[in-house]
Design a protein. Structure first.
Length: 212
């Protein structure tokens, strides 16, 4: 792992350890610490934002995860997903410098590439079905929606109470969070008739007009 100065492009620090995994690193910030969270081929880890020193590592119970989904930070909690260990809720200390503890696990969501997403007070996750999980209640399933041909590795985009699901077979499904359930608002089939699976991710593009 390396960090570059955004203004100069020069190397700020580097870290050598295990081989990298496939997830994207994210920034985790508390009142006492700013850290980078990322996976290597074996574990989830935290690195000091300024120095690149590794602060802690969390090795799951079952080995050989693909470690593709990006970790999610919810204050002093972390949600991670993988195909061999399911979706897990980890609890960190107030400073985020303590090694996290496993609080709960939801084994029915065990994708090797899909990243769960926050919608309202819940976490939406997809693996065969669309699940609403409650991070304040040990990942209890609040709601489940069965969707035909959903697949195991869809993409999710959330905005306020809306959830857009893009499946491997190019189906776009728009859902709305109503209290503690998901309601379908509409769906659209992209390039109908082509059954080849898609592994890419949708792109969000925001264009603004400059005015004088």
């Amino acid at each position: 792992m390396i960090a570059l100065d955004a203004h100069t492009g020069k190397l700020s620090w580097s870290y050598s350890g295990r081989n990298a995994a496939y997830a994207s690193p994210i920034l985790s910030q508390s009142s006492e610490a700013k850290q980078i969270l990322d996976f290597d081929e074996v574990s989830l880890g935290a690195w000091d934002y300024q120095t690149g020193k590794r602060v802690w590592e969390h090795i799951p119970k079952h080995p050989s995860d693909f470690n593709g989904p990006t970790p999610m930070v919810l204050q002093n909690q972390i949600i991670v997903s993988s195909e061999n260990n399911g979706t897990r809720l980890l609890q960190t200390g107030l400073s985020n410098r303590e090694k996290p503890k496993l609080i709960a696990a939801f084994n029915d969501e065990a994708s090797d590439t899909h990243t769960p997403i926050r919608i309202g007070p819940y976490v939406a996750a997809v693996y065969g079905n669309v699940y609403l999980l409650d991070p304040e209640n040990e990942l209890k399933v609040v709601a489940m929606m069965e969707v035909e041909s959903l697949g195991e590795n869809p993409s999710l985009i959330a905005f306020e109470d809306r959830l857009l699901v893009v499946t491997e077979k190019r189906m776009m499904l728009l859902l709305q969070l109503q209290q503690s359930k998901l309601v379908e608002l509409g769906r659209y089939q992209i390039r109908e008739g082509q059954q080849r699976r898609r592994k890419g991710r949708p792109e969000i593009r925001i264009e603004q007009e400059n005015s004088l």
